[in-house]
Design a protein around this ligand. Structure first.
Ligand code: SF4
Ligand code: SF4
Length: 392
């Protein structure tokens, strides 16, 4: 449904003495927001097909539209106050009906404004993907494989052969990144696959903390192994201020008991993305195996781009998919592009800024992704290792 239809659909029936006034007011609101929405559409299409050179101009347009939305909202609020005054002057007989209709109007106006705000948020999000980050955050796998094997896992862990990160390489890479970024990183996620499978995990925690003393460092885990982790592990978490960050899967695991264990060891415990009360679902990220997608458009629309930054073998990637596609290629004999152009070598990069700039650009691999076809909220299930979990 077009944005115009969405807004028009919201016209409520009115049925009181002030019917005409209120109806006109609402139509007026709708028309103004339709015009605004259409401008957002145009701007979004421009951003999706444009290159960096024109982004500054687009951002100016964006700021203007934002200001216009704010003033429109202010104007509407003033009009509502006038309307309130008019209603207060009505005789008691029709006042109650008028108030009811006014409430209806406020509700629908809020709903229309909500639609436009969501459009703005989306616009801002897609525009920000091209903005180099000001601080480094990244993730790194301590194990490629996983003991849970969720269908459609976007690290391809259910079909990955067992493989652990190498502590020497990890130490080298962390030391180089620390050198480039002056020991500063915002967040570092130690994950996988399932990171707790790595028998040397304690060493990884120590190296990560030594190189990034101030960063928030967490272990993103499915929690299956937490109960049997050693005292040495818990001590290392406490001493190195490592946060345990489980995702809560619908697998009957007693997550409260796990939390108690962490708390007893003096270790911070919090759920991934504050998902404590949320039943985990699956997202399906289908790939176009023919690689016919527009890279810039895919990158702009991709919520992992310039966000799920991934360190692997001395290289940084703007997302987790390009570095882990090797598992899909290997399992199904595919040849989705594994190329150095998809990442930046942290040893050749001359500065932190060069890296941050690289991460804010599409990579050749984006031609395989279809962010507009992502399916969210599917019921969680285990993988059957079928290619259809990653394709349309
Ligand atoms: S727990 Fe599920 S989503 Fe996480 S790495 Fe394992 S298979 Fe993938
Ligand atoms: S390859 Fe591009 S579109 Fe695909 S997940 Fe990575 S950044 Fe997103």
């Amino acid at each position: 449904m077009s944005i115009k239809d969405k807004i028009k659909r919201k016209l409520p029936p009115t049925s009181v003495a002030m019917e005409q006034n209120i109806k006109h007011l609402l139509e007026d609101i709708q028309n103004q927001f339709i015009v605004l929405s259409e401008r957002i559409d145009t701007l979004e299409n421009k951003i999706l097909s444009d290159n960096q050179a024109n982004c500054d101009k687009l951002r100016q347009d964006f700021s203007q539209l934002s200001a216009q939305l704010n003033s429109l909202e202010k104007q509407r609020n003033e009009e509502m106050q006038t309307l309130n005054g008019q209603i207060n002057n009505l005789s008691d007989g029709i006042k109650a009906d008028a108030l009811k209709t006014e409430q209806n109007l406020v509700k629908h106006q809020k709903s229309i404004i909500g639609v436009v705000h969501r459009r703005f948020d989306r616009l801002e999000e897609i525009d920000n993907r091209y903005m180099p980050r000001t601080e480094l955050s990244f993730e790194v796998a301590l194990a490629e494989h996983c003991n849970l094997r969720c269908a459609g896992c976007d690290h391809f862990s259910p079909i990955a052969e067992p493989e652990f990160a190498d502590i020497k390489e990890f130490e080298r890479d962390f030391s180089r990144l620390s050198e480039l970024f002056n020991g500063q990183a915002q967040e570092i996620h130690l994950l996988g696959g399932e990171p707790l499978l790595n028998p040397d995990i304690v060493l990884f925690l120590q190296v990560a903390r030594k190189n990034f003393p101030q960063a928030v460092i967490d272990i993103t885990t499915n929690g299956l192994l937490l109960k049997q982790m050693s005292d040495e592990f818990w001590t290392a978490c406490r001493e190195n201020k490592i946060v345990i960050q489980p995702t809560k899967y619908p697998i009957g695991l007693d997550y409260d008991a796990l939390e108690n264990i962490a708390v007893e060891h003096g270790v911070e415990y919090r759920y991934f993305n504050n998902t404590n009360n949320i039943i985990k679902t699956l997202n399906k990220y289908p790939l176009d195996l023919n690689g016919l997608q527009d890279c810039r458009r895919s990158f702009r629309l991709c919520h992992r781009a310039n966000k799920c930054i991934y360190l692997q073998h001395g290289r940084l990637y703007t997302c987790t998919v390009a570095p882990t596609i090797k598992h899909l290629n290997k399992r199904f004999g595919l040849k989705l592009m594994e190329s150095p152009e998809n990442s930046i070598d942290i040893y050749s990069a001359k500065s932190a800024q060069e890296i941050l700039d690289f991460l804010a650009r599409p990579i050749p691999f984006c031609k395989y992704c279809m962010p507009e076809k992502v399916q969210n909220g599917l019921s969680w299930r285990q993988s059957e290792g079928d290619l259809s979990e990653w394709t349309l």
